[in-house]
Design a protein around this ligand. Structure first.
Ligand SMILES: Cc1ncc(C[n+]2csc(CCOP(=O)(O)OP(=O)(O)O)c2C)c(N)n1
Ligand SMILES: [Mg+2]
Length: 321
């Protein structure tokens, strides 16, 4: 599965959008415009883009709280996402969810979940519903490395394995769960080994290599779409360039380690490849950068100009009808 030149440029645009969106979020958080917790996706953008090109728009995506990038990749509008960050009524979750709960059921972006591992059984449930109804959708479940040490991981993968459900599990191994390195938290360092217990194929992939991931995940998605086959698992090895959330003192890693990881910045690698392959010039990429700057500025403007919910609406949307 390879991308057309148009898709390759679009993927560059998407990854730059995610990066700029996140940088603006950090600024807005520091200025007090965004409250609560804020977990940035900077450094992990390639995976969101890979999921976009490896799936159909009607496939399900569900993830943890580090969800801004994948929401943008799933086609949720930047303005409405930024409005959600700022708690505005025009936000994708009407301003009630905030950073960790970005969702759009029509686009099959099922969130945005704050409890580590809590969304994994939901992914199994989404896939069970499709299997039961005879829909040929695939569910992509992204998760942090930390969630593989949680009970839900084992329950959800076991049931998906037993029932051969159409799920592609993707662990985003960014080397840390908050301030704890994978080495200190997981009894096995190769997280793919955990899939063996649940009878599913598993592979470690380079989480900074967009083309490689589109290929690998794309093939897996089509394999899983066949109801005979059952789930697969990926461990995408990547790195987060910023702290776990805003206000992380980062005492658990050195500046040198971060600088070293930044040499494998997925956006930089992709730009290099586009130029090398003659798909774009540096000027064309800079132009995309300028476009992104304007689009994200427009998203922030839209969010800031949107109304906050009224106090009397406090109890709306608490229960579904
Ligand atoms: C059940 C549960 N335990 C603890 C927490 C607190 N917590 C929030 S994020 C996090 C680390 C998870 O790390 P990882 O799964 O690697 O995801 P990353 O933040 O690296 O994307 C923890 C322990 C939580 N949200 N839920
Ligand atoms: Mg992690």
């Amino acid at each position: 599965m390879s991308l057309t030149p148009e898709q390759r440029l679009e993927a560059y645009h998407l990854m730059r959008t995610i990066r700029r969106f996140e940088e603006r979020c950090a600024e807005l958080y520091s200025a007090g415009d965004i409250g609560g917790f804020l977990h940035l996706y900077i450094g992990q953008e390639a995976l969101a883009a890979a999921v976009k090109y490896a799936t159909r728009p009607d496939d399900n995506v569900i993830t943890a709280y580090r969800d801004h990038g994948i929401a943008l990749a799933k086609g949720l509008e930047a303005g409405r996402l930024m409005a959600e960050m700022l708690g505005r009524t025009t936000g994708v979750s009407k301003g009630r969810g905030g950073s960790m709960h970005l969702a759009d059921v029509e686009k099959r972006m099922w969130g945005g979940w704050a409890i580590v591992g809590g969304h994994l059984p939901l992914a199994t449930g989404l896939a069970l519903a499709d299997d039961y109804n005879g829909d040929d959708r695939v569910t992509i479940c992204l998760m942090g490395d930390g969630s593989t040490n949680i009970g839900y991981f084992h329950e959800a993968l076991n049931m998906a394995g037993v029932w051969k459900l159409p799920v592609v599990w993707i662990i985003e191994n960014n080397e840390y769960g908050m301030g704890t390195s994978v080495k200190r938290a997981s009894a096995v360092e190769e997280l793919t080994e955990k899939a063996r217990a649940y009878n599913m194929p598993a592979k470690r992939i380079d989480g900074n290599d967009l083309q490689g991931m589109v290929q690998e995940i794309g093939e897996a998605v089509e394999h899983v779409r066949d109801p005979e086959n059952g789930p697969v698992l990926f461990e995408a090895v990547t790195y987060r360039f910023r702290g776990h959330s805003m206000g992380d003192p980062e005492r658990y890693r050195t500046k040198e380690e971060i600088t070293e990881a930044q040499r494998r910045d997925p956006i930089f690698l992709w730009a290099e490849k586009l130029i090398e392959d003659g798909v774009a010039t540096q000027e064309a990429l800079d132009h995309i950068g300028t476009q992104v700057e304007e689009e994200v500025a427009a998203a922030v403007k839209f969010a800031k100009e949107s109304p906050l919910p009224e106090l009397e609406d406090l109890y709306d949307h608490v229960y579904a009808d």
